[in-house]
Structure formats: C-alpha cells, structure tokens
Design a protein around this ligand. Structure first.
Ligand code: ADP
Ligand code: MG
Length: 291
C-alpha cells in the first residue's frame, strides 16, 4: 500500500489550520492519490470496474476501470455529466448488473445479486406501489425481504415514516402525495430496512428547487441522526457539495475516475469556499482529457 505523494489535510482529524484556499486545493486529489490509507476495511469496494451493455448490434461501455471505496457513514457522491455511467455503477453496486471486469464487494463479500443490505431510492416518483398506502409501502420490504412479523414491521415502518415527517399521511395513497412527499416515502422505505448502504440515484432531481433544498436538508438531518452510509448519484455540483463528505468525479462517457474530493463537509458553505470548490470541480469535470 502506498501513500499519496502529497500529504493532504485528510490524514489528520479536524485539521483547521491553513488558508481556506490551501484546504480546498489539498482536498482535491488525483486518482493516484485516492486516500488508500484511510479505511482499514471499507464497507463497499469497487475495484477496477468496467461495465458494458450488450445490445444486438453493439456493445456500449458505460464505465471503464472505476475504483473507489465507501467507508461506513460516508455520504459518498458519484458526480459526473449525464451518460457517464453513474446509474450503471449504482445498479452494479445494487447487484442488478455484473461487472465485465473488476469486482465489487460489500463487507468483503462479492456482490452477485441484489440484497436487503443495499436499498435503492430512485429519481422517479412512481417507485411506490400505487395500491398500497404510505405505511403499506414502507412495510412491504420489511415483510417480504426482512420477513419481520407484521407488528414489528408496522412499528418500524411508523418509526421511519415519522422520521421523514410524514406521520400525518401514513394512511394516504401515493397519488395523493406531492413529489417531495413520495421521495420521502421512498427514503423511509429504504431506511426502514436499515441497509448497510442506501443507494440513491438522483432522488431529488425531479423536484422543484425549493422542495429539493428542503429534501436535501432533511436527508442531512436524518444522517446526523443515524449516520447511515449513503452512495448518492447526482449531476449537480452544488448538490454534491451540499450532501457529500466525499465526491468522486467521473469523466464523460465512458465514465472513468477523474479525481476524488475528500473532506467536503469541512468546507464552509457561507464564506465563499463552497463556490470556489464548485468552480474547481466544474473545471476538472470539463477539462480536456489529458490522455
Ligand atoms: P448516467 O446515470 O451517468 O446518466 P447511465 O449509467 O444511465 O448514465 O448510462 C451510461 C451509458 O450507458 C450511456 O451511454 C447510456 O446510453 C448507456 N446505457 C444505459 N442503460 C443502457 C441500457 N439498458 N442498454 C444500453 N445502453 C445503456
Ligand atoms: Mg442516471
């Protein structure tokens, strides 16, 4: 195991020294400097993963040689332009697709199929079962996948429905809810399973700006509460900086790792350093390929 060439601030706890500028610059490391020294045993390991779709006429390479590690309680962001393979990567971690090259492990076990240790939240509002109430939707995987007795499933479901602030509408059907409320139900459903990692694919992308912000704040509050691990996909740089503690930057199609930004949560949002980081990420994402 080799150490990164430049000793960045991510090595020590709560590094408050240095100028804001230096800390932002140091937070961005090239792929060769991924913080390998950090986790003793990462929760999710994506190791040199290439994912392809085979259609009748051709083969599409969605991502090539992607490597990253997610540690427990990370809010790990996959950030990149549309079509760079973010959803494909997330589906592979979910076990819905197998890598053509490389391997994905969770808790040291190779991912070969979907499992209750990984729950997905999608962008679409229609991910809920329309014939079930909010409570019914959140209880469903608890009954079918976790095989909890009905009473226990209901207790747990109600607990998480309260957590996302939907106690009032527990008996309502999805078609009576706003988009933001539906997404909260999907989040409650995922969290109620208490998975090892919550996989979120642009869950707020279809919401209006205000609701989106509220949902982002709420997700962060939930995280403060239980410190769950989340792998979160977005194409919004602002959202990535707001939600993440680590951001993996992916190049356009086919997606490859461009850089990783660490310690995002130490960036001060109010003093302009977030804007500066945003500009730097923008430049990195859209810079000419070097090779
Ligand atoms: P992102 O989520 O970053 O927008 P995707 O993972 O959805 O990107 O897609 C990555 C690439 O794979 C794109 O070029 C897309 O057209 C292609 N792709 C996605 N799904 C399929 C599929 N089911 N069959 C063939 N190609 C696909
Ligand atoms: Mg996508």
């Amino acid at each position: 195991m080799h150490m990164p060439h430049d000793a960045g601030p991510s090595e020590g706890p709560a590094d408050t020294g240095g100028t804001e500028e230096a800390s932002i610059m140091n937070a961005i490391s090239r792929p060769s400097g991924l913080n390998e020294q950090a986790a003793t045993s990462p929760l999710v390991k994506v190791d040199n993963v290439t994912l392809r779709y085979k259609t009748q006429e051709m083969m599409i390479t969605a991502t090539r040689g992607v490597t990253f590690n997610v540690n427990r309680s990370d809010r790990f962001i996959l950030l990149g332009p549309s079509g760079c393979g973010k959803s494909t990567l997330l589906k592979a971690v979910g076990g819905y697709l197998q890598p053509d090259e490389g391997a994905i492990t969770i808790n040291g076990r190779t991912v070969t199929q979907p499992g209750a240790d990984r729950m997905m939240v999608f962008q679409e509002f229609d991910q809920l079962l329309p014939w079930k109430t909010v409570l019914g939707n959140v209880m469903f995987p608890l009954l079918t996948a976790a095989r909890l007795p009905a009473r226990e499933a209901e207790q747990k479901a109600r607990h998480y429905i309260e957590k996302v602030g939907l106690g009032r509408v527990a008996d309502a059907y999805p078609h009576t809810l706003s988009g933001g409320m539906k997404q909260r139900v999907a989040i409650a459903r995922g969290m109620a399973m208490e998975p090892d990692v919550l996989l979120m694919d642009e869950p707020f992308a279809a919401l209006d700006a205000l609701t989106r912000r509220t949902c982002q704040d709420e997700l962060l509050r939930l995280w403060e509460d239980t410190k769950f691990t989340v792998l979160f996909v977005t194409h919004s740089i602002g959202e990535a900086i707001k939600i993440g503690n680590r951001i993996l930057l992916l190049s356009p199609h086919p997606g490859r790792v461009k850089a990783e930004v660490c310690d995002v949560d130490k960036i001060n949002v109010s003093d302009g350093s977030a804007a500066k980081l945003e500009a730097e990420i923008h430049e990195l994402l859209f810079a000419e390929e070097e090779h």
